[in-house]
Each structure stands twice: as C-alpha cells, then as structure tokens.
Design a protein around this ligand. Structure first.
Ligand SMILES: Cc1cc2nc3c(=O)[nH]c(=O)nc-3n(C[C@H](O)[C@H](O)[C@H](O)COP(=O)(O)OP(=O)(O)OC[C@H]3O[C@@H](n4cnc5c(N)ncnc54)[C@H](O)[C@@H]3O)c2cc1C
Length: 512
C-alpha cells in the first residue's frame, strides 16, 4: 500500500465528490483513501479565490509503503495515591488535571464559577439587564474564559506539537468539529464549546477525577515553602501537588498569592479597544465581494509599527459579537465571541497597543501596582457609563480627536453604547500609538474607517508573570505550580492548554 502527499487548489464551494475527482485526475487512479492535512484560503487573486489543501492519498496503485502513524503524547502511568489539586477549569487547568489523572494521581479540580449550563443562564440574564453574577460571567465558570468565545484554536507556532495534537484530538473526541485538525485558522464556536466543555468534564469524572464548582480557593497554607493546605471558605484541602490555573482575571486570587509569597514580575502586555465593522465591509475588502460561497466570513490581522509602541489587531471574531466581559462587578471591559456559523452582521477585533506596565503607569511599578492600575482603568470605564453600557466612538472621530453627534450606531454589543472621547480615557502614549496604527489600518483595508471603537479591551494578555524555576515549580515552593494565562506564560486557548500539559508533565516527573 503506497502513499503520496501533495497540494491541491480548488474552488471555494467544492463538494467531497469534486475533491475526490480532482485527486483521481491528478493521480490517474480510481481506488484510494485520502485525508486532508491542511486547508487555507488563497485570496491573493481576488478574481480567483481558492482553497489550498494538502492531502495525503493511500492506495494499492501507488508504489511504496504507507507512512508511519503520527507520534502521540505519552503520559507515564503509576497509581501513586498522591493527591493533586488543580485550581481553575479553563484550558490550562482542565488539561493539567486530565494529565495528572491519566498519570495516576488522585485529582481534584476546583472552579470558583458555575457549571456551563448555569453560567450560560447567568450571562443571558445579565445581557437582558439582570444583575452581574460573580460566579457566572464571561471570565469565570466552567471552561474558563475560553467557553463563551470564538473558540479560535490558532497558536503562533505552526508546528503541531504532541501537546497540541493531544488537545485537538481531545476536543474532537468531545464533539468539536473534526475540521479543527486541518484548517489553518480553526475555530470551534461558542455554541459547540458549551457542549464540548460539558463532555470533557463528564469524561474527567468518568475517569475518576473530581470536579467541584462554586469552590473558590481563598487562601494557601504554606509551611517552609510547601503548600500544606488550600483553603476555600471553611474547607481545607491537603494536597501533595497544587497547580494554579486561575487565568488572568482573578485579581483577588493573585493578590492573595502575592501575600503568601508567590513571586511575580511585570511583563509586556497590551491595551486598547475593540473595533467593530459590518462584516460585508471586511468581506469586500478581503475578497472583492460581499459573500463567497463555501467560506463563512472574512478575517483580518493587522499590525503597525508607525508609533513607538506596536499596534495590532488580535482575536478577530468574524460574524461575531462584542460582549461585556467584566469578571468583577463595577468594572467594564469588552471582548469578542462568535458561533460556529460566524454568520452575524458584524466583525470585531481587539485593536491594541503593546507596552510595558511601566510605560502605561508613567513610572516603574511592581506586579501588584500593575494589577491595581489595570483595575482602576476597568473601573473608570464602568464609572463613565455608570454601568455596563460600553463607551464608544467612531474610528474617524478617534483619529481626528473629536466627538461628532452621530446617531447611535448599530452594534452587536448587547448592553448599549455610550458616545465617549475614548482618546481621553487611556494614557496619551496608548491612544497616540493606536491613532497612528488606525491610520495605517485604514490605508490597508478599504472601509476600515467606517468602523467604531468600543472600550475597554484590557484582557489580551497578563501584565504579570509568575517566577518559575526550570522544573516548573513556583520559585521558593516545593509543590506549587502555576500554569496558563494567569501565570503569564501563555495567551489564548491552545497555548494555555499546552502550558497546562507541560506543567502537569513536569509535576508528574517530580512526584510520580
Ligand atoms: C470573550 C472571550 C473570547 C475569547 N476568544 C478566544 C479565542 O477565540 N481564541 C483564543 O485562543 N482565546 C480566546 N480568548 C482567550 C482565552 O479564553 C484565554 O486565553 C484562555 O481561556 C486562558 O486559559 P486559562 O486556563 O489559562 O485561564 P481561564 O480560561 O481564564 O480559566 C481560569 C479559570 O480559573 C477559575 N478561577 C480563578 N480564580 C479561582 C479561584 N481562586 N478558585 C477557583 N477557581 C478560580 C476561573 O473561574 C476560570 O474558570 C477569549 C477570552 C474571552 C474572555
């Protein structure tokens, strides 16, 4: 049985039968099986936009032998009886806990928020004008920040590591669309993610793990560099290993960790706004037409080095929705999500300036000051709106620094918009950089100036990073690890899940 791998270009709304016929014609053979390994859109020639596929074909008619099976992540198993506690059910926490469980540890996962069904109900009620729920919002609850998202599974590295393959296979096994294994820009969609995280939890419990909701770690008991107890209200858990995967919104938990001697440093991060456009403007700019059969909605990713600070777009949600993403009452921030169909009227993306917290604060600051500074900004947007309506202005007004009396724009944001001089609401270093960046983006994407900016976008990454030893342990501790976005070593679903796996593997090799 021989094997051959090659590229195919095919029109955008091809069918499986047409794909098979194309392979048949290319190889001149009838009996074969094939697998798609990658699929990306080639839109360089707007008059002839094509899917570019890499396919692997296996057939008796091809000389040679079949390729070897791809390597998979090896998790060493020993039934240790040791107790592992993981804090946080986001991608980092879930995958860390799954690895520990599969390696033979008695594994418990605590999540401060609600399960996904209750969380969805709390978010829906909030978006209809109900009260903010501290245990059920876009940041906290089952699946972490990634559940009510676009579910983009892109990571900067093009290399499919063993960890990434394990994550994608696990997601697919739990009901994510199989195409995430081969699309160059895969996404799961919030509608699918809600089902996937529930299935993942059920799998974890079926394998013998314990998953506890509404259980917030409130303190650590530390003796001579060893965590001897993890506290949740009146409960104390005495673990052998602790992995913290708390995300980068749990400022209260971070402060508690600092008080208990966990060492952090500041790091570069990004801040700015969400840009929103009509999706058909983006489609027309990218494809030359408003719709393209066989492709959901056009994406964009822009960067500018026109200013001293880099300005870039991030986490673009085609056909998506801007959401009120505050983790705490009386703060007001936005983020973006979409459903698998990506068929909403709007496109949104973070439009942010990357910088160091010292630059933002205008002086040298420590990790706790960085969190305080960020919280103050998030509160100032809430105070401006006196609630959760989102401050906004048009991109043109932002560039020209003037608020015109526009009629209220149509937007996907559910809690109303409030016109605001956004250029006055963040430090001049940031707004100056974003202004120059936007001018660049308007030159690059036809119609970009028709959009608006909505604030505040403050969660692209963490401004602090825990100090880790080479063996993954938090500096000064013998059984405490920190993984994922809250540790400052990852950003996004895939890289956080990968970090969770890597940290868990280091814990396994030390404690098994
Ligand atoms: C609306 C939105 C859309 C996004 N879209 C995308 C996207 O399309 N693609 C992408 O790659 N990334 C996206 N992101 C970012 C992505 O979700 C995060 O990078 C990722 O979830 C980080 O994973 P994590 O496990 O490190 O932390 P989180 O996912 O933040 O999980 C941390 C968990 O810890 C829990 N926790 C915190 N403190 C405690 C405590 N004291 N006790 C118990 N539990 C605690 C929290 O409740 C939370 O569930 C999006 C984020 C948001 C908010």
């Amino acid at each position: 049985m021989g094997y051959k791998e090659f590229q195919i270009k095919i029109h955008t709304d091809y069918t499986e039968i047409e794909l098979r016929q194309t392979i048949q014609q290319k190889l001149g053979i009838q009996d074969f099986t094939f697998q798609v390994f990658s699929k990306s859109l080639d839109a360089r020639n707007k008059r002839n936009i094509l899917w570019e596929l890499r396919v692997g074909v296996t057939s008796e008619s091809i000389p040679g032998v079949s390729p070897e099976e791809k390597a998979t992540l090896k998790i060493p198993y020993t039934k240790t009886g040791k107790k592992a506690l993981v804090i946080g059910s986001g991608p980092a926490g879930y995958f860390a806990a799954r690895i520990l469980l599969q390696a033979g540890f008695k594994t418990t996962l605590w999540e401060r928020g609600k399960d996904v069904a209750e969380r969805a109900a709390a978010i829906s009620s909030f978006e209809k004008g109900g009260a903010f729920d501290a245990a059920g919002n876009y940041s906290f609850g089952e699946g972490g920040a990634g559940t009510f998202s676009d579910g983009k599974l892109t990571s900067r590295s093009k290399h499919i590591s063993l960890e990434k393959k394990y994550i994608l296979d696990t997601y697919i096994g739990a009901g994510a669309p199989p195409e995430i294994a081969w699309l160059s820009h895969p996404h799961v969609g919030s509608d699918n993610l809600k089902k996937v995280v529930k299935t993942l939890r059920e799998e974890f419990c079926a394998m013998g793990g314990e998953f506890v909701f509404n259980r917030q770690m409130t303190d650590l008991i530390v003796k001579n560099g060893k965590v001897t107890g993890v506290v949740a209200g009146n409960e104390i858990f005495e673990p052998d290993i602790v992995i913290l995967a708390i995300g980068h919104s749990a400022l209260d938990t971070c402060r508690m960790l600092m008080d208990r001697g966990v060492r952090f440093r500041t790091k570069n991060f990004a801040i700015g706004f969400r840009a929103e456009h009509r999706q058909e403007i983006i489609n027309t700019a990218q494809w030359g037409v408003k719709t393209l059969p066989g492709v959901k909605a056009a994406e964009y990713r822009l960067t500018s080095d026109a200013a001293d600070q880099p300005v870039y777009t991030f986490c673009m949600c085609p056909g998506g929705k801007i959401v009120p993403a505050a983790a705490f009452e009386n703060t007001n921030i936005v983020n973006g999500m979409s459903y698998f169909a990506r068929n909403g009227k709007f496109a949104n993306a973070a439009c942010v300036a990357g910088l160091n917290p010292d630059v933002l604060a205008g002086k040298n600051i420590g990790p706790e000051d960085a969190l305080n500074y960020l919280e103050k900004l998030e509160t100032s947007f809430h105070d401006f709106a006196n609630g959760y309506a989102a401050p906004y202005c048009s991109i043109q007004d932002f560039i020209q620094k003037k608020v015109r009396q526009n009629s209220p724009p149509d937007s996907s944001y559910p809690l109303g918009l409030l016109q605001a001089p956004l250029w006055k609401m963040l430090p001049e270093t940031v707004t100056h950089a974003i202004r120059l960046g936007l001018q660049d983006f308007c030159r690059k994407v036809k119609g970009y100036d028709t959009g608006m900016l909505i604030g505040l976008e403050s969660k692209t990454s963490s401004p602090i990073q825990v100090i880790r030893q080479e063996n993954g342990l938090c500096e000064g501790f013998e059984n405490l690890y920190m993984a994922g976005e809250g540790s400052g070593y990852s950003g996004g679903i895939i890289s956080s899940a990968v970090d969770g796996i890597k940290v868990a593997m280091m814990a396994v090799s030390k404690f098994q």
